[in-house]
Design a protein around this ligand. Structure first.
Ligand code: SF4
Length: 498
């Protein structure tokens, strides 16, 4: 089928899907959650109902009886597939569902039936189990991953393995959350508060004081357990929403409470150019901070307006040049593919502009619309047309960045345009170690602040245990003593699993 026809039919199907409900009938198997996730790749905007009751009506029928049966029936499509039972019935059923929905919608997700968020982690684990060649075969034949995406996962996995090897059994990284921003971007799904209102601004100093206390508490636990700090990441939100003094206090507290002699990297997100001042940059420069992030998202002023950012593209350039002048030699820039009002040409311009500034890292995200983002009510549905546009942006990225940069970490989010990925690109030896440590879950992440999640990693095996902090700053402030209680689990965990 010609591509135009495919896309038109996909768009039509997805539009149809957006107006109705897809019923998934599950008979004699337990893969309902996986099948639902797969169907969501094709019909991201549709209501999905899972039932065990058989009926002749429209929808997807799945059964694992004497054989595997999958039937897709809609107003204008009906097809049945069967296959013998095998060693992995779930995977077999997934491929059959993928095949029917690809034919129905004309849309062929490039990550195949892979719905997990960490393709490179899966590749590394599969390679350990089966060897390199068999792992490749598994990605192509079992998961139906395209050559383009396999090549990306391969490059990322090769880079990550070198960094993962740096991690020791008693290693950990520290994450600090600053959940405040100057205004809220319309696509934002983080817990970040805009400090535009008096009420939100008043929370900041109280929050900062408690955060220093939490950092001190974590420091005591770390000393008692003899853990080794590998990397620090201050994110959010926009940490540079804090004043220069507040930033200085925060960093001094990390220096005071932790042994930084083995710390390989200290990142502070200075995400929004409208929060960056020379005074704040100098505070960061005169500290152990080794990497900052200045995030344009786009270099189009019109698109910036569409997403509710109160700064111009020029301000990003000015902030970047100032950071360079002051001496920062490792700067990341985030871009987003698929922003409202952006085009492939517009995204290409933004990427070219970022490359011309010559940052050490460029991270290209795919727009993902979560329920908590303001854009969700707008007409930003993940249609085939939108998926094709974002796919074009990512293909341009591969070509444009491959010469000077290489992909070093990657993850996927649900509800991203075209079910595509977010990829961090870096120049030689400038990988953000924290991103890899955190994404590949190779050691414990101890976290402080609202919305932060501590992830405890056992000495051996894949066991991970999470401790959640309160999500919003006001809850964090009112429930702080409860967090001290929850932290007792850190020592218990290390006593049990080390
Ligand atoms: S800068 Fe980031 S965290 Fe802050 S509102 Fe925008 S997207 Fe959300």
């Amino acid at each position: 089928m010609p591509i135009k026809t495919i896309l038109c039919s996909a768009l039509l199907a997805l539009k149809k899907g957006s107006e109705s409900k897809m019923r998934i009938t599950v008979v004699n198997h337990k893969y309902h959650y996986e099948m639902e996730k797969l169907v969501r790749l094709f019909l991201p905007n549709e209501k999905i109902e899972v039932t065990k009751e058989k009926s002749d009506g429209e929808g997807l029928y799945t059964e694992a009886g004497s054989e595997i049966t999958v039937i897709l029936k809609t107003a204008d499509f009906e097809k049945k597939l069967t296959a013998p039972l095998c060693d992995d019935n779930e995977m077999q059923m997934g491929r059959m569902v993928y095949s029917l929905f690809s034919e129905y919608t004309g849309f062929h997700p490039k990550w195949g039936v892979l719905t997990g968020v960490r393709p490179s982690k899966l590749l590394i684990a599969t390679e350990k189990r089966l060897g390199r060649e068999k792992a490749e075969e598994y990605f192509y034949k079992d998961l139906l991953v395209s050559e383009e995406k396999y090549a990306l996962a391969r490059r990322v996995a090769d880079c990550e393995q070198r960094i993962i090897a740096l991690s020791k059994p008693n290693s950990f990284s520290l994450y600090i959350s600053i959940p405040f921003c100057p205004t809220r971007c319309s696509y934002c799904s983080f817990v970040s508060h805009s400090v535009q209102t008096e009420k939100a601004r008043a929370l900041v100093p109280v929050y900062c004081n408690l955060l220093l206390k939490e950092i001190e508490e974590i420091g005591i636990i770390v000393k008692t357990l003899g853990l080794r700090l590998e990397s620090v990441y201050v994110g959010g939100g926009t940490p540079t929403t804090l004043s220069a003094n507040q930033l200085a206090e925060l960093i001094a507290s990390v220096e005071k409470n932790f042994d930084l002699s083995n710390c390989r990297e200290f990142t502070v997100e200075a995400g929004r150019p409208d929060t960056i001042t020379e005074e704040k940059l100098r505070v960061l420069m005169n500290s152990p901070v080794s990497r900052i992030s200045i995030n344009p998202q786009t270099f189009s002023d019109d698109v910036l307006k569409n997403i509710g950012r109160c700064h111009s593209a020029e301000e990003t350039v000015t902030a970047f040049n100032l950071a360079r002048k002051i001496g920062f030699d490792c700067i990341n820039m985030d871009l987003i593919a698929g922003l409202p009002g952006d085009t492939e040409e517009g995204f290409g311009y933004s990427l070219d502009k970022a490359v011309s500034l010559d940052p050490e890292n460029i991270t290209v995200h795919t727009l993902a619309l979560k329920r908590s983002s303001n854009l969700n009510g707008q007409d930003m549905r993940v249609t085939a047309e939108n998926a094709k546009r974002v796919d074009g942006m990512l293909r341009y990225t591969y070509g444009r960045l491959s010469e000077k940069y290489r992909p070093y970490y990657m993850y996927r989010q649900s509800k991203s345009a075209g079910n595509l990925e977010n990829t961090g690109w870096c120049k030689e030896n400038t990988e953000c170690l924290y991103n890899i440590f955190m994404m590949e879950e190779c050691h414990t992440i101890l976290s402080a602040g609202a919305g932060a999640v501590t992830k405890l990693k056992a000495y051996s095996g894949d066991l991970i245990e999470r401790i959640f902090n309160f999500k919003y700053p006001f809850e964090y402030i009112s429930g702080f003593s409860e967090l001290t209680e929850r932290k007792k689990r850190i020592s218990e965990f290390y006593c049990t699993y080390f």
